[in-house]
Structure formats: C-alpha cells, structure tokens
Design a protein around this ligand. Structure first.
Ligand code: ADP
Ligand code: MG
Length: 914
C-alpha cells in the first residue's frame, strides 16, 4: 500500500513497513558507527528531495485534496491528547473528596449506630443531592472551558492543490508543505526544504533558550534533537527569517508528543482567585471547629440529649463551611470567560479574569488597535515636491523619481496582492503600497520577472527597516524601505531631478521637517531608498540613495474615543506605545481623544523612568519604542504600583507580554509567539474589546464577592441561631438535618444565580479594585456579621411568637422557626445589591436567575411540610395560616431592616460594597 510510506506516523503504526526511500539513502557514518537507537525514519538525515520523495509530494503544488483526505483518514488529527476530557465519573468522585463529606458520613454512621435510621438515611440523601448539584455544575464548567480552549485553535499556512492557504493546524497531514515565518509556532515536525535566514526557539523541547540557526543540509542520523538543524519541531517557534518544510510527523508522533511531561507542564495551575477562596475556606474550617467545640462543651453540661448535642455540633460545623463556594466560583469564572469570548476577548489564562478587573493602566499599540489598519497611500514626497495622490495615481507613472520610489515600495514588500481581499495577504501597509503601485502601472510580477529576488533582510522592529536584493543584469539592486529617520541615517546620497547627489546635513534636515509635516496630518510616513551593489550579500543599510517619502493614511477607529472615555471614568489610564513616529502618534492620539498627548520617545524612556513616577504618570504617548523599551516601561509602571495591561503583536513583544499583568495579543495580525505569551487574545484586535473585557473582569469579581458574602452571612446566621439556643438552654429552633438541607440544597441556588449576574450598569464608573484586597475584607466581615444578626433575630422573633402567641407544640414551633430562617435567607439575596444601586431596580432584581432560584427554593421549602416522608425526615408539620403569617412576617423583617440600614448607611457614606 503506497500510502503507508508517507510518514513517521505510519511507521509507528506498522513497524513491519520499511520505507523504500530509506534504502536509497547512503549514510556514510553508518559504516563508521552503527547507531543503536536511531529512528528508522530519520528525515533530518535525508536530503530535502529524498524527504519529498518519501513523502510523495511535490514542493510546488503541495498535496492534492484527495491525498489530504486519505492521509487524514489514515493518520488522524494533528493533536496531542494533552489530557482526556474530564469524565463524569471522575467529577462525581471528586464531589465526595472533602472533609465536610467525611464529617457527615461519620455523623450518618453514628446515627445508624444509635439506631436513628431515618436520621442516617436523611444525611445520606442530602449528601447525594448535593453531590448531584456539584456534579452538574462542575461538569458544565469543565466542558465550557474545554470548548473555549478549542476556540483558540492555531492556523498553519500550507501549499495544497498548487495554492497557498490557511488551514487549522489540527488538519495538517504528513506530506503537507508548510510555509513558516518569524513569529509562527510550528504545528508539526517539519523537514526543511527551503530556509532563508531562519532561526527557531526550541527551548520547549531542548531547554536551550538561544535560538537555533536552521538550514536544509542533512545532519547525522544520530544527531541529538538540538543538532537537527534541518528540522523544525512541533511546539517550537520561529524567531527570525522564513522557510518551507514538509510535514514528517504529526500529533503524538512528533518529538513534542513523545515528551508527554511537557504537555503536563503546560497545564495551568489554579488561579490566585481559587487559591484565595481555598484559603478562606480553610480559615473557616478552623474557626468553625473551635466555635463548635465550645458550644458542644457548653451544651453537654446544660442539656441531657447527648446525641442531639453532638449532632448539633456537627451540623454547626457543616453550617459554617461554605461548601458550594469553590464550585460556584469555577462556574462564575467559566461563564465570565464565555461572555468575554462572545465579545471577542479570548482568555488564555484563568487568572487573567480576576486581574483584568484590577487593571489601572493600559499600554496600547496604535496601528490596528486604535486605528483601523486599513491603509491607503495618500501622499508622496520626492525631491521636486509633495504630491497628493488621493484619486489620480495614474498620472504618477510619468515622473522618473516617483517611479523609482514606487518601484522600491513594490519590490521591497512581503505582501501578496490578489484581485479580491480574500486572495490578498500580508501587512495592510505593504498591501497599500502594492495597490498604489498597481494603480501607477507597476506590477509586482513583471518587476520580479525583470529583477528576480536574490535575498531578503526581513523587517526588524529594532532597526525599523527592511531590504530586498534583486538581480539587475550582472549587478544587484538593493531596495530599502523603513522608518524615515532610520533610512535617512543610512543614506549618503539623494535622488534629485539633477541626478543623484551627495546628501548633506541641510538636505537631511529638510527631509526630516517634511516627515514632521506629514505626521501632523496623522499620516504614517515611510521612506524609500536603494543602491546598486556588486554582490548579493552587500551590507543593505549602508551608503544608500534616498528616494523620497511615502505617507499612508490609517483612519482612527470610530469606537475608540468612547472606549477611552469609559476608561477615564473607570480610573484606568490609557497610554499609547507605538513604534511609529512621534508626530504621527500625537496626531492619532488627539484624534482618538487620549487624555494626555505628551509624547516621550523610546530612547528617552530610561531617563524618564529614573526621573520618577510623576513623569511616568504624565506621559500619554511613547513613540519610536523598541521591544526592549516596552519591557522596561511595563516594569516601571508595575514598580509604581500599577496593574498593567499591555498589547503586543510581534515576536519581540513576547517578554513584555509575559511581564505585563495582562498580556494582550492580537488575534488577527499577531504572531503565535505573542499569543503564547499573552493572557488574553483580542479576536478583532480592537481597543474597545480590552475595555469590554475589563468590565467583564470587574463584574465577575463583584459576583464572586457577592455570593461569598451571601453564603457566609447565611451560614453565620445558622451558627448564631444554634449557638445562642444552646447557650441559653432553649430547644433548638432549627435541627441539624434542617441545617444540612439549607446549606447543601436551598442556599446553593441563589448563590448560583448571583454568580450569573450581569453586573451593575455603572461598574465602569468606579475606580479599579486594589489587587491585594482580599475577597472578604474587614468592612465586608462587619456587614456580613450585622446581616446575619438580623437574620437570626428574625428567627428568634418567630420562636417567641410561636410560643407566646400561638402556643405551638415543639414540632410545629421548629417548623415555623426553620421556615422563617430559610425564607429569610432567600429574601436576603436582595440585600446583595450594590449599596449605591436603587433598592428596587438593581442588578439583583434584574437578574432572571435570581427569580428562578427563588421560585425553585420556595417550592423546595413549602412542599416538604405537606409530604409525609419528607416532613418526617425534616421534622416538619403542616402549617396553619397563622403559622404561615408568622413565617412570612418574620422572614421579611430582616430584609426590611437590612435594606433600611443600608439606605441610611449609604446616605451617610459608610457602606460601599455588597
Ligand atoms: P508600529 O506598528 O506601532 O508603528 P512597528 O515596530 O511595527 O510599530 O514599526 C515601527 C516603524 O517601522 C513603523 O513606524 C514604520 O516606519 C516602520 N515599518 C513598519 N513595518 C515596516 C515594514 N514592513 N517595512 C519597512 N518598514 C516598516
Ligand atoms: Mg507594526
């Protein structure tokens, strides 16, 4: 079968197959030292053409769709099953792995020993119900996070059917011809067939952080991974240059796939938020054990029913531990991530959700983030003067200087201009140059035919120029474009109508004034230059002849001013950090309404940082910034106490993205390397999306805080009720099983509902939260304590009424007090509004989930007294209208008190958060 000869994957699957191609290869070293553990299929040791032959693929056309389909069916998807999706059984088992469950199981066992079978069964039943709730929510959260990960899939550029196209990296098959560029993450193991100035960062595989130079020459078959310079490996990234390779292994058959340890490493740990929650739960457990021990001690002295007291102690312990907390938190995070994804912000790290809300400064790119990145060439400036080319580019073709400048722009260009947007690809700026060239009658194909490409010096944001070398008869033509000051510095001559003349300082000054002039109109200015050289490897950026300026327009995005204004109200500073020219940057800064348009050039960054924080705070724009300066800026802001969100797209931006609290990569024009370093990806590259994500981040944190406060105050009220009753030697107003029922069943739903909240409308009108602030601070604890006192007071009120007014027997009394506390806890959800929000129209009342949860819980509370078996287990009796009236009145009372108190306290400005 011919197809089995096509890749390493097949050979693994069928070890008896020997690749015929291999037999044709002559490995000289094999006769010297026969390798022992050498791979039978060693593409790194074969020549490029041998690998192509073995893979049965043409480098020019690539695979054909039918081949691709066959191979895909045979080898499966190009993915490493990092870990199988979480199974329901696994999650279910997880529900039972908690100290609280052990405690309750112990209580149930005790009940069986004391022959209290109903009691024991009831505990087991409540545990089962709670486990089911946990199972469903945790599964849902896990599935939605898995689905989110699938959203962030990478693409690979392949040659198939004679065309270059983008395909999902998962769909690569052995034999595919893949094109790679600086910044790309490698999606499969590739044998290089072309390489230009190519280097890769293979630290993920080899641990070696220095980039490895790559070329197409075969290496020894037993070469170590780090020495296989003819290969590119899955999971590594291109740091420089470009190349073409043929896929030799995919998925788990790649070198990366074999090192499963790495994959395990890549799994994210738990986020700081989850850790904070875990710490909070831990503290509560200890506090509870102490309180429960004291109460049980007192109870044993004052009460006769030993079993009841011990059970009450356990119930107390259970009462105080907010069981549902971690589950609800995970669900809140997962839901928030989905909402962000729908608004084009893809979260790559769970911790980002939390940090986002605390962001105090956004360092943003200009091109494509604040602007549309829809470039058009508007003006040219050559020796004879400025030319506006808004509509009549055709006229240009007559002028020799213009032709020279535009030819340079078309030759020194990486983009591909097709006839529709779909078959055009590349940097929008370069596409704009190609379009202008085409309008002036300069066709790239024709130019390339006359002057074939001999070498290329890729654009580098450190020197801000790029160059291409073309054959020109027996000599070479070097075409250069780049940032004007960089190009001017590299020029010694200038093209004029009188021919090329030496460039003097007066001319240089004149040109740089023209750059400023164009910049004040918000135009992005490039310079073109060139020279003729005897050798293709001549230094490209020396002794050039200056040709002229090209000014491109890139309109500001219409929705940016609003987003910047939102940031101002939200106490978030927006700072532009761009590689572009100062004058252009300021002009765009004005157009989008940046609060400060004080420009600092990149080379002054170090002095500014040393100068102190006031200078840093005053700067609104950093222009001509290189990646190292970006990193320094991020650090400086962080040292000044800021939480920094920073955007980036290039390979060199990765360190700054990693350093930032929230690294933001660009989904459309960003490189894979930037994405990998980032915590968040903007699918639409747009600045307003960052602001939307920050808003979501704040909402999520607010929600988590809200339901934590809710659960804690409910639990504390139960502790107070039971504790006080024991201390005062009263009969228990609420029995252990009833506490379980409240905590494990009816409290959970309102908490879920709060976690689903959409947030106050004005969440962006508040200053950012201090990232070091705990989830429950001292002020919140005081509020929680007061609220739970109100809840328990209502319950004791009901106890008094049931005894003094209705003179109920004990079972009826407990029914009234239990239901009073239970309903009071339900209404308590309305106390969870933000203190400054309106009492009736607020986040909680607008949340449909809250109403659904209330309806469900009211049912879960109102039905049991009337259903014999449930009534029996929960120790409830059917209620008379008089009993109901006590329950309703006494359960509503705490909410009314809390709401009034909140109103008054807000008036005098004491309370601020829920
Ligand atoms: P930014 O995109 O924020 O302007 P960059 O670092 O990408 O920052 O670019 C810096 C400068 O380098 C640009 O202002 C432009 O003058 C020049 N430049 C950008 N891309 C190219 C390119 N492909 N070829 C030549 N010069 C370029
Ligand atoms: Mg750029």
């Amino acid at each position: 079968m011919a197809t089995t000869r096509r890749g390493k994957a097949a050979r693994r699957a069928d070890p008896n197959q020997i690749p015929p191609a291999r037999m044709a290869i002559d490995w000289p070293h094999m006769t010297i030292a026969p390798p022992i553990a050498v791979d039978p299929f060693a593409p790194h040791a074969m020549t490029a053409s041998e690998t192509l032959a073995a893979s049965e693929v043409s480098p020019i056309n690539g695979l054909f769709e039918t081949d691709v389909r066959h191979r895909a069916a045979q080898y499966g998807p190009n993915s490493i099953a990092a870990r199988p999706p979480l199974s329901a059984w696994h999650v279910l088992a997880h529900q039972f792995r908690s100290p609280v469950v052990y405690l309750l199981a112990g209580a149930a066992a005790l009940a069986f020993v004391f022959r209290e079978f109903e009691e024991g069964l009831a505990i087991v039943a409540v545990l089962a119900v709670n486990a089911l709730i946990g199972l469903f929510t945790e599964l849902k959260a896990a599935r939605s996070i898995e689905a989110l990960h699938a959203l962030g899939g990478r693409m690979a550029r392949v040659r198939r059917d004679g065309h270059t196209r983008l395909v999902p990296a998962e769909e690569l098959v052995p034999g595919d011809i893949v094109l790679v560029d600086a910044g790309d993450a490698i999606a499969a193991d590739l044998r290089l067939i072309e390489a230009s100035n190519l280097a890769a960062d293979e630290s993920t595989l080899t641990g070696e952080s220095v980039a490895v130079h790559k070329d197409i020459a075969a290496v020894a078959a037993d070469a170590r991974l780090a020495e296989r310079k003819s290969m590119l490996f899955k999971g590594t990234a291109i740091t420089r240059g470009s190349g073409i390779g043929v896929v030799t292994a995919i998925g788990s058959h790649t070198e990366l796939g074999r090192i499963s340890r790495l994959v395990a490493d890549a799994e994210a740990g738990s986020s700081p938020l989850e850790k904070k929650l875990a710490r909070l739960s831990g503290q509560l457990v200890w506090a509870t054990i102490i309180v429960a021990a004291i109460i049980v001690g007192v109870g044993l002295v004052t009460h006769d029913d030993v079993f009841l007291i011990i059970e009450a102690g356990i119930a107390l312990a259970v009462a105080a531990i907010p069981e549902g907390l971690p589950i609800v938190a995970t669900l809140a995070l997962a839901r928030g991530m989905w909402r962000m994804a729908r608004q084009n912000a893809l979260i790559e790290r769970l911790s980002a959700v939390e940090t986002l809300g605390a962001t105090t400064v956004i360092l943003t790119d200009k091109t494509g983030t604040l602007t549309e990145n829809r470039m058009t060439l508007r003006r040219l400036w050559i020796d004879s003067g400025e030319i506006d080319i808004t509509d009549h580019a055709r006229k240009l073709a007559n002028d020799a200087l213009v032709t020279r400048l535009l030819t340079t722009a078309v030759l020194c260009n990486d983009a591909t201009l097709g006839h529709t947007a779909k078959d055009s690809s590349g940097d929008p700026m370069e596409l704009a140059l190609l379009r202008a060239g085409r309008a002036a009658g300069l066709n790239r194909h024709a130019l390339h035919a006359a002057h074939p490409l001999a070498a290329k010096h890729a654009f580098d944001s450190a020197n801000k120029m790029m160059a291409t070398v073309h054959t020109d008869g027996s000599r070479f033509l070097i075409a250069v474009k780049g940032a004007p000051e960089a190009v001017l510095a590299a020029c010694t001559r200038a093209a004029t109508e009188r021919g090329d003349v030496p460039m003097d300082d007066v001319m240089r000054k004149a040109w740089s004034d023209r750059v400023d002039h164009l910049g004040t109109h918000g135009l992005r200015v490039l310079a073109g230059a060139g020279k003729s050289a005897a050798r293709a490897d001549a230094a490209p950026y020396e002794e050039l002849t200056f040709l002229g300026l090209l000014a491109l327009e890139d309109p500001a995005r219409a929705d940016v001013p609003q987003a910047i204004d939102d940031c101002r109200r939200a106490g978030i500073r927006v700072v532009m950090v761009t590689g572009d020219h100062a004058v252009t940057a300021r002009s765009i800064g004005r157009a989008v309404g940046l609060p400060s348009t004080k420009v600092v050039e990149g080379r002054h960054v170090q002095t500014l940082i040393k100068g102190g924080h006031a200078d840093l705070a005053a700067a609104g724009i950093f222009a001509r910034v290189n990646p190292a300066e970006k990193l320094a800026l991020v650090r400086a802001y962080q040292e000044a106490g800021d939480v920094v969100a920073m955007t980036g797209d290039g390979v060199n931006d990765a360190p700054a993205l990693k350093q930032a609290d929230i690294g933001v990569a660009m989904g459309l024009r960003g490189t894979d390397v930037a994405r990998e370093a980032a915590a968040m990806v903007l699918l639409d590259d747009a600045f307003p999306t960052i602001v939307k994500a920050i808003r979501e981040g704040r909402v999520i944190f607010g929600n988590i805080r809200c339901f934590v406060a809710y659960l804690l105050s409910c639990n504390l009220s139960e502790v107070i009720v039971v504790g006080l009753a024991i201390l005062l030697t009263l009969p228990l107003p609420i029995l252990p099983l009833q506490i379980l029922y409240l905590n494990l069943v009816t409290d959970v739903f309102p908490a879920f509902a709060l976690a689903m909240g959409e947030g106050e409308r004005d969440v962006l009108a508040r200053p950012p939260r201090d990232p070091k602030e705990p989830i429950v601070g001292r002020a919140q604890w005081i509020v929680i304590a007061l609220q739970s006192i109100a809840l328990s007071a209502g319950t004791f009120g009901a106890l008094v009424l049931a005894n003094a007014w209705l003179a109920l027997p004990s079972r009826e009394t407990v029914t009234v007090t239990f239901l009073t506390l239970a309903f009071a806890q339900l209404w308590h959800v309305f106390d969870m509004r933000h203190a400054r929000a309106a009492p009736f129209n607020n986040e909680v009342t607008r949340n449909p989930w809250v109403w659904a949860a209330l309806a469900l819980c009211a049912l879960l509370l109102a039905v049991p007294p009337y259903v014999a078996p449930m009534a029996q287990v929960l120790h409830l009796a059917p209620l008379t209208p008089a009993m109901w009236s006590v329950v309703v009145a006494m359960s509503l009372l705490p909410m009314l008190v809390v709401q009034c108190a909140a109103y008054v306290l807000t008036m005098v400005g004491i309370m601020n958060r829920c």
